[in-house]
Every structure is written in C-alpha cells, then in structure tokens.
Design a protein around this ligand. Structure first.
Ligand code: PLP
Ligand code: COI
Length: 365
C-alpha cells in the first residue's frame, strides 16, 4: 500500500500473555518505561512497494542484521503519547492526530518515508484494544504509547535507506520523575547545546536524545533533575529541557514560552497550554527568554512560577535553577498556583472529567 490507502492489520494474539496476577503486581508500581504490555504493532516499508504487512502480534525481540542502516547512521524517529483511564471507565487519547502529524514531520527531516496518519492512528487503536488490561487506573498513571520507526535496510552506503520498520509498543507508567509531582531543580549547561539552526532540534529523532545524555549526566552530577539547554548560537536564550518545553509565569498572570524556530521540539502539551491559558483570559507570549533575564526576574520577584511540560512530565514545576556560578529559586521554590491550576485543567480534560471544548480528546470505543 502507499499514499492514503487504508492498511489492513492482521491480529495475532499473544499465545502466552502475562498472567493476570503478575500483571496486577506490575501495575501496582509501574515506574516509567520499565514494564511493557503483551503485544506490539509492526508495519514494514520497502521503497517501490510502500507500507505493508501491518500486524498486531506478541511483543518479542526483533532480529536485526549487523549492517542494518539505523545501527550506523541513526535514521530513527519516535513519538510519545498516553492512553488514559477516563472518568466514565473508557479510554482516552489526547490529540493523537498531532502526534501522527509530528511523526510525518520528523520523518521528512530524517529523509524517511511518512507513515500515513490513518495507519498511525489505527495502530494505536489496535494496540490499546488488545492490551486494554494493561491500562493503569490510578490518577498519576497511564499507558505510555511509543510509536517509532527506523531504517532497516542492510546497506552501509550513506543515503536514505530503502527499507523501514515501524513499531508501536506500550508501557504502563506512573510519574516520570521518581519524586512525583514535586518541583524539580534544573541545570543550565555551560558545556552542551541541543540543536543548532538548520539542525534536527524540531524532529523527534533518537540522535537528539543521544546528544542530550552527556548534558543530562552533567545535570545529575550537579544534583539536578533535568538539563536546560541554551541556544547554540549565542548561548544566551533558553531553548528547552532535555525532554520537555518550558514556560515562565509572571506576577501579572501572563505566561511566556520560547518560540518554535526549528531548534526546539514543537510540544503538543506546550501548544495545548498556550490555548488553555488564553482561554482562561491570560496573555501568552512566544518570545526568546535570555538566561540573564530569567535570573534577574527571579531575583526581583517579577517571575512567579516556571514549569516544564510534556507528555511524560505532564506539567512539572521548576523550583530551583543551578548554573556553574550559582543558583536561584523561583519564588519560594514551591509549586505555583497557575502551574497547579493549568495542570489540573489539562489532566481533567485528558481524563474526560471536564468539557473538551477544543476537540482534543479521542475516545477508544
Ligand atoms: N521537548 C522534548 C525534547 C521532548 O522530548 C518532549 C516530549 O515529547 C517535549 C518537548 C514535549 O512534547 P509533547 O508535549 O508533545 O510530549
Ligand atoms: C515524552 O514526553 O513523550 C518524551 O518523549 C520525553 C522523554 C523524556 C520520555
């Protein structure tokens, strides 16, 4: 199949699913990204033939040739979204069409073939239906869905591969940060940047995360939870965190977030929060924020709250900022009212507890 044709999925249930009692034990304390459901989706692509052989099957290791292109030149992209246990007992997804669209954009940047959005959405539905028993029901937990695709051609020449494999796996998760919804401390790296203009910063490609790990290790060495990257040209403006976007909240109730310009990931949570805050009557401005300005506004008290946001992190308050020459706190370092309120609104929409006026919720029947 190619283009917009609909892919048929072959469903092959796992003959040896995890026993119910063991599954319940795993679900009682899932952590983040440690445990996985019984099934996965696979779809293959070959140039000239297009996407084919869509399957839901038992989750299992995949055999790869040592010359598989991804192992050498890193053509790999991914997405991350969550299925939620809704107030009425159903299952909700939050803006999955936006993840499907970003997956297409990431593919384009990495010279990979776009997966049709309908195939992306159908794969989510099939996996959730077959692994529904793995959906945790407690407030801070959800089923994290990880679609990804990589170059699987056996070839060492440097050019876009001609064969790809798309997979979707699912992982029941709790809070991303081990300490739960507590303010985190961030490290402003003097050493590393994440993405340069013209680079891959706006794509959700594996290489961006590989490149962030040394910076994250530097953050941990300084007793911080996450790294904050400054722009790669002037080393002055705040871009984003290793795996989250960032918002600043001022004493007049307005919000500021760095603009999308190719070097940060266009977060779906970020986009939703801009809309939600504006619907609450707040001013939201997308503009560059210099690190010096951040520090000065925190010192003067004009800056009241700062938070990180993303699928994994939801909304996580930033309480303290550390950099090579010192550190400062945001207000008294505790979660701010606007941060907490936006988080509650977002989570209530995601779980179907309040009206979804923006049409963001996608129900799995
Ligand atoms: N920035 C980076 C680098 C990320 O990895 C993520 C997580 O996906 C985000 C921002 C937030 O994006 P989203 O809100 O779409 O999850
Ligand atoms: C997500 O929020 O989905 C991400 O990809 C972030 C990653 C740090 C888990």
């Amino acid at each position: 199949m190619s283009g917009g044709d609909k892919l048929e999925f072959e469903i092959r249930p796992n003959p040896q699913p995890v026993a119910a009692a063991e599954r319940e034990a795993l679900l009682s304390n899932p952590g983040f990204g440690r445990i996985f459901t019984d099934h996965m989706v696979t779809i293959r692509y070959v140039e000239g033939k297009g996407w084919y052989d869509a399957r839901v099957e038992a989750r299992a290791p995949i055999a790869m040739d040592p010359a598989s292109a991804v192992l050498h030149y890193a053509q790999v992209i991914f997405e991350g979204l969550k299925a939620y246990h809704a107030a009425d007992g159903g299952v909700t997804l939050f803006r999955p069409e936006a993840n499907a669209a970003r997956f297409v954009e990431s593919a384009r940047r990495m010279a990979m073939p776009p997966l049709p959005k309908q195939a992306f959405l159908d794969s989510l539905r099939h996996l959730i239906e077959i692994d529904r028993a793995w959906l945790p029901t407690t407030e801070e937990s959800s089923l994290y869905l990880r679609p990804f695709m990589f170059a699987n051609e056996v070839f060492l020449g440097v050019r876009p591969a001609h064969e790809y494999l798309f997979l979707l796996i699912a992982s029941p998760v709790g809070s991303y940060f081990a300490k739960g919804v507590q303010p985190v401390t961030v490290w402003v790296s003097p050493t590393y940047t994440r993405a340069a203009p013209g680079g891959t910063g706006a794509a959700k490609c594996g290489g961006n995360y590989a490149a962030s790990l040394a910076a994250q290790a530097e953050a941990i060495e300084h007793d911080c939870d996450q790294v904050v990257f400054l722009d790669a040209v002037q080393r002055r403006y705040v871009d984003e965190l290793g795996g989250m976007n960032i918002f600043f909240v001022y004493d007049d109730g307005s919000l500021v977030t760095p603009p999308l310009g190719g070097t940060i990931l266009p977060g779906i949570t970020r986009d939703a929060l801009i809309t939600l805050a504006r619907q609450q009557g707040r001013t939201v401005v997308e503009r560059p924020v210099a690190f010096d300005e951040w520090r000065a506004d925190a010192a003067s008290g004009r800056l009241r709250e700062v938070f990180a946001c993303g699928t994994a992190a939801v909304i996580t308050p930033i309480g303290r900022v550390r950099y090579p020459d010192g550190e400062f706190t945001i207000a008294d370092g505790t979660p701010g009212e606007i941060t907490t309120g936006l988080r509650q609104t977002l989570v209530d929409i995601q779980r179907g507890r309040i009206e979804d006026v923006n049409g963001w919720i996608h129900r799995i029947p």
